[in-house]
Design a protein around this ligand. Structure first.
Ligand code: ZN
Length: 391
């Protein structure tokens, strides 16, 4: 897994990485004339020239959308509005390149340095957690099901209290204890050294990113060898078989921590959520159906309502787009391990699709409604024809 995706994962929004796949130099067949002025300070106007009619860039092989060039053209300095199209392309490309890849590079570089600083200073407490030891981590029923690797073997250890929400016994109590104590040790180090850490996401003020202090390799293994086989069977339509990166973290709830978590969707294709302990009451997860971006705020159907109470060691696996939240942890202290699993293939393909009826509850009802209307219209048409032939 690359750091690029690690950084990308922190964002709550689901913007795709990259800027298209064009690899042309953007000059069409034109060679930029040597008399081209040197644009050391490429600048755009603050306000667009609305009277100007921009060129079309549709026929060029560019690494950015042709439409982007057309709209950007109105912001060019007046002296450039009427120069050749190739000159304008060159000028705008340099501006665009300066933003995306460079900005992205800086972000990735900064995060790499941040991680390096932690890893070279923090002394792990339980080294045995940092490499995968399946027999020590998981309960035997889970291991057996994974080894058998069939839908039946998975179903045998799971319950599905609502469609798409799978729960099963997963972690040994001893593993939960060790991980809790490792996280505590890390927090202690953060506190003592006054290290400014990045929290797991924009919604949690407490908790820690496990990938940032050395657990990335182990969690990658967890995703590849244990979560992907299950997701391949139960969540194929959201890239379950092609999960290729993760964001692994713990969240902490209690009166002196985050209390609850609002209604949201995760920036993941598949989310693994396992309660590690300790003693607590409250903190139930509530689920309200799977939705695509467009339908994320639509109503919940009664059959989509589920409330789930955490049990230490027991995992909940669901699609990232399954809307959910956590009720207040009313007493004690609750810590959960979260693994947001992502598929770059799925994210790339999603850009070209509009209908997500294979997983979005609302897209599905819309599709059914369209089919119903279509059948009704056909019936009506047939009746009319019959009426005509009869008369
Ligand atoms: Zn939808």
């Amino acid at each position: 897994m690359s750091l690029d995706s690690a950084v990308e994962r922190r964002k709550e929004t689901q913007t795709g990485p990259g800027t298209g796949n064009g690899n042309g130099n953007g000059n069409g067949n034109g060679v930029v004339s040597s008399s081209l002025p040197s644009y050391s300070t490429h600048r755009l106007r603050l306000n667009p020239n609305t009277d100007h009619k921009p060129d079309s860039y549709e026929d060029l092989q560019l690494e950015f959308s042709p439409l982007l060039f057309s709209s950007l053209e109105r912001y060019l300095p007046p002296s450039l509005l009427n120069v050749s199209r190739d000159t304008k392309v060159q000028y705008m490309r340099e501006i665009l390149l300066r933003y995306s890849p460079e900005g992205e590079r800086t972000r990735v570089q900064r995060h790499r340095e941040y991680r390096q600083k932690i890893i070279s200073n923090y002394q792990p407490l339980h080294r045995e957690l940092y490499t995968m030891h399946a027999a020590n981590f998981f309960v035997s029923s889970f291991l057996e099901a994974i080894n058998e690797n069939t839908e039946e073997s998975f179903r045998n250890i799971m319950s599905e209290p609502s469609p798409g929400v799978l729960t099963f016994e997963m972690l040994q109590p001893r593993f939960c204890e060790l991980l809790l104590s490792e996280v505590e040790n890390f927090e202690k180090w953060v506190h003592e050294t006054k290290f400014r850490i990045m929290r797991p996401n924009t919604m949690n003020k407490y908790g820690a990113v496990l990938d940032d202090f050395g657990l990335e390799t182990m969690l990658d293994k967890l995703m590849e060898d244990f979560i992907r086989p299950i997701s391949r069977v139960f969540f194929p339509e959201v890239g379950g078989s092609t999960l290729d990166s993760h964001h692994g973290f713990v969240v902490e709830y209690g009166m002196d921590r985050d209390v609850d978590l609002g209604f949201h969707v995760d920036d993941s294709e598949v989310t693994l959520n396992v309660c590690l302990g300790k003693q607590f009451s409250g903190g139930e997860l509530f689920f309200r159906g799977v939705r695509c971006d467009k339908h994320v705020n639509t109503e919940t159907q009664s059959e989509e309502i589920l409330d789930y109470s955490h049990v230490p060691g027991r995992a909940v696996l669901h699609r990232g787009r399954h809307r959910h939240g956590a009720r207040a942890t009313t007493s004690g202290h609750r810590i959960n391990l979260l693994l947001w699993c992502r598929s770059s293939v799925f994210r790339e393909l999603r850009k070209y699709q509009k209908d997500f009826s294979s997983w979005c509850g609302e897209c599905l009802s819309e599709k059914k409604e369209r089919q119903r209307q279509c059948v009704a219209a056909t019936k009506l048409e047939l009746l009319k024809r019959e009426g005509k032939t009869a008369s």
